[in-house]
Design a protein around this ligand. Structure first.
Ligand code: DGJ
Length: 746
């Protein structure tokens, strides 16, 4: 790892273990993007002249004019941080309006600093770590009297570059930020075809991988819902058409933020690519008073020459080492049973205790009481905001229930939805002004609820008091923080007219403030974020919670696809995954216990069913699943993840593999999702093993549920054989059949 300034060529070199990123200065003042990609040799620092690649003498748009005029220059210049309104007509990273109403800004290089300390961002989720270096470029617009700090941080054990931007208003009047991205990069694609990879989804169907040729013009994914949303992910990658799981170029960007975002790419007519990511500029307008500064969220930049799998493993390592703070990160999380799909709103103390009792007997470690325990909540139409125990359901109070659950040897967890308010609640009757609203217009309801105006500090304080009282009232060791609707009616009872555009970001800052207080005040609490399933599965949330509920769809087949997209970016240890009952409540499909257990294995593992309604045979399956999870939970949490086959693509089978960091142990989980006629033996090549090592291979083919016995056999194979020649797996009768392959280096 190194960051240096090379005086001879007036350039900045950011070097990680496998990549190099070079910034050059055109005319000594325009920071330009020189190079990002495979690591360049040390000697290149003396030979690469940034001026030769910064397109300083491109022709103007009309050949009659002389080259080098400002508009011509800026319109093709690979800008490190493109400013809007002065001649670069591609996607800009920053747009400002001054107090006179004029737009346009031109930030020119002033100075740089290289430090061995990463700056802390106030109020935002962020990466951290000791062995780091940061380059800060200080730019200034002398007319606006504004300063821009572009920051680039690297860690000794990662190829990621963390970028963020800070704007400081040094003028006497206000400045209005119309848009300010976290990062923009112009990787030169040499006119070769390239593709954009992003994610899309809906409720119960999140994070489908979308890969399409990048067309000329701008393409982006975005959220204007005030949350990350089921519909998109603050992520994009530009890849070449040849890029596979294990080879080919990948340029990726991921935003450490949970609110409105945009992530996009532009292919200009000369086939130059620009990538950008940040808070969405739509409906955003921030008034920056004299002397104030605005800090963007951090963006993760990654280049991988080892395909999508290389990107995935680097992101997983970055998040595990430099983003997730929870003390549970490297610990066993309790195997939980959640009563949502078991009872929905229809439960009481006895029902919960019966579930806990039977769950404890099967080896489940924690009961989570979901929605419906507070106010007078019997459905989704009341009581959000009234965080006091519903005595009809819990007549002996919360502490008594928790004590009784603890007495069974089980931990206790609770569900809350702190950001919401029901129209039918005491809180709303007392403080109707606490909701996000456009005064004079009745706010729109979604799931019969309004959103609290967390842009207001007094509302944040009020919510915090309620959370603190509940969590202090009993031995609560886990909290599921839910959020079940997007923001709408972006207004506030108290906001000034020229600050309305700040509300969505201020709302997010309010949420982060609450979660920060929560983690500080209850450091041992295991927090799981959730938003109507996986609507806020983003790097921002990982800073506060080590796990996030992946999706409300617990159907094993759908989950394979949702978890494939999720695991492309996030460590398996972060994915909330549970076994539920069949027919599945969302899609009505019946899948085998074996398949359900194997799919949940690749996540935090738990149950979402009424265990009291199961027969002994079914409870036996649960005990078996737990035994398997206990055997592999540390490996799954800590290991490297490889995707071997994708049922989203082939529609017949799925296979993932986890390899321990020292490559001594590995687990491959193969699921035959669909039996096909006249099927043949399938060859599977594993990955990430020691080429020269010999592995003891234990293979288990499930059978119990399929009128047979589980078949187990042992063999020995070299890593080279397993990865290149592969192993042959039988075609099995029936859907949802599972083969588990466990390898240990001899
Ligand atoms: C949405 C969550 O994703 C579910 O797991 C459940 O907690 C419900 N909300 C409860 O309202």
């Amino acid at each position: 790892m190194n960051i240096s300034y090379v005086e001879k060529t007036d350039s900045f070199w950011i070097e990680t273990e496998n990549t190099t990123y070079v910034i050059g200065l055109a005319d000594g003042c325009y920071p330009g993007h020189v190079y990002y990609g495979k690591k360049l040799s040390g000697e290149t620092r003396n030979t690469l002249d940034p001026r030769s690649v910064l397109r300083l003498t491109e022709l103007p748009f009309s050949p009659a004019e002389k080259p080098g005029e400002k508009v011509t220059f800026l319109d093709t210049f690979p800008s490190e941080y493109p400013c809007g309104g002065i001649g670069d007509y591609r996607e800009s990273a920053i747009e400002l309006t001054d107090a006179r109403g004029f737009t346009g800004c031109e930030f020119k290089y002033e100075s740089y600093a290289i430090s061995k300390k990463k700056q802390e961002l106030r109020g935002l989720p962020q990466t951290f770590g000791k062995n780091s270096m940061t380059l800060t470029l200080r730019l200034a617009d002398h007319l606006l009297k504004a300063e821009l700090l572009l920051s680039y941080t690297i860690f000794s054990d990662s190829d990621a570059i963390i970028r963020s931007t800070r704007l400081i208003n040094r003028s006497v009047g206000p400045l209005y930020i119309e848009k300010i991205y976290s990062a923009s990069v112009d990787p030169d694609w040499n006119g070769e075809p390239c593709e954009m990879l992003s994610m899309y989804g809906t409720w119960a169907d999140e994070r489908h991988i979308d890969r399409k040729p990048l067309r000329h013009g701008r393409q982006y994914v975005t959220s204007t819902r005030g949350i990350t949303g089921h519909q998109s992910q603050p992520f994009l990658a530009v890849v070449s058409p040849q890029t596979t799981q294990e080879s080919g170029d990948v340029y990726a960007m991921h935003l450490i933020y949970s609110g409105n975002h945009v992530a996009g790419a532009e292919l200009d007519p000369f086939d130059h690519v620009r990538m950008f990511i940040g808070i969405s500029g739509e409906k955003f307008r921030w008034k920056l008073d004299s002397g104030e500064s605005f800090q963007t969220p951090e963006a993760v930049l990654l280049y991988s020459a080892e395909g999508l799998g290389g990107m995935t493993r680097r992101l997983h390592d970055l998040y595990r080492s430099h983003l997730i703070r929870s003390p549970y990160l490297h610990k066993d999380r309790p195997i939980l049973i959640n009563n949502w799909e078991a009872t929905y709103f229809d439960f009481d103390e006895e029902k919960l205790l019966n579930i806990a009792r039977e769950a404890a007997e099967c080896g489940i470690e924690m009961l989570v009481m979901d929605d419906g325990w507070f106010g007078h909540r019997d459905g989704d139409d009341s009581s959000l905001g009234d965080w006091t125990v519903y005595e009809k359901k819990l007549p002996n109070g919360l502490k008594s229930l928790v004590d009784r659950v603890n007495a069974l040897g089980m931990k206790f967890g609770i569900w809350m939805e702190p950001e919401m308010i029901s129209p039918d609640s005491d809180l709303y009757r007392k403080h109707p002004d606490y909701t996000l609203q456009i005064p004079g217009r009745i706010p729109s309801q979604s799931r019969n609820q309004y959103v609290l105006d967390l842009s207001r500090p007094e509302v944040v304080d009020r919510v915090w008091q309620q959370i603190e009282v509940i969590l202090s009232s009993a031995n609560i060791e886990y909290m599921k923080w839910d959020m079940n609707r997007p923001l709408a009616d972006l207004g506030s009872a108290v906001v000034e007219a020229d600050r309305v555009g700040e509300l969505a970001h201020r709302y997010m800052l309010g949420v982060y403030e609450l979660q920060e207080r929560l983690t500080e005040r209850f450091p041992d609490l295991l927090l799981e974020n959730c938003a109507g399933g996986g609507s806020r599965f983003d790097p921002g949330m990982l800073y506060y919670s080590p796990q996030i509920w992946c999706s409300d769809d617990t159907d094993a087949l759908e989950r394979l696809i949702i978890q494939e997209g999720t695991a492309m970016l996030y460590p398996l240890s972060t994915m909330g995954a549970h076994v539920s009952i069949c027919p599945n409540h969302i899609v009505g499909r019946t899948t085998s216990w074996s398949m359900r257990g194997s799919v949940a294995l690749a996540g935090t593992f738990g149950y979402e069913l009424d265990i009291t309604s199961l027969d002994e045979k079914e409870k036996g399956y649960i005990t078996d699943q737990i035994a398997v999870f206990n055997r592999f939970r540390a490996l799954i949490r800590e290991g490297d993840y490889y995707r071997i086959a994708s049922t989203a693509q082939n529609h017949t089978h799925d296979c993932i593999q986890i390899v321990s960091k020292d490559r001594r142990e590995s687990l491959a989980v193969y699921v035959q999702t669909k039996a096909i006629p006249n099927a043949r033996t399938r060859r599977i090549c594993l990955k990430g093993l020691e080429e020269g090592g010999t592995y003891a291979v234990d293979t288990v083919i499930d059978g119990k549920e399929f009128d047979g016995e589980d078949v187990e056999f042992q063999a020995e194979h070299t890593g080279s054989e397993l990865m290149n020649s592969g192993i042959m797996l039988p075609a099995l009768p029936g859907d949802g059949r599972v083969i588990r392959i466990h390898l240990r280096l001899r």
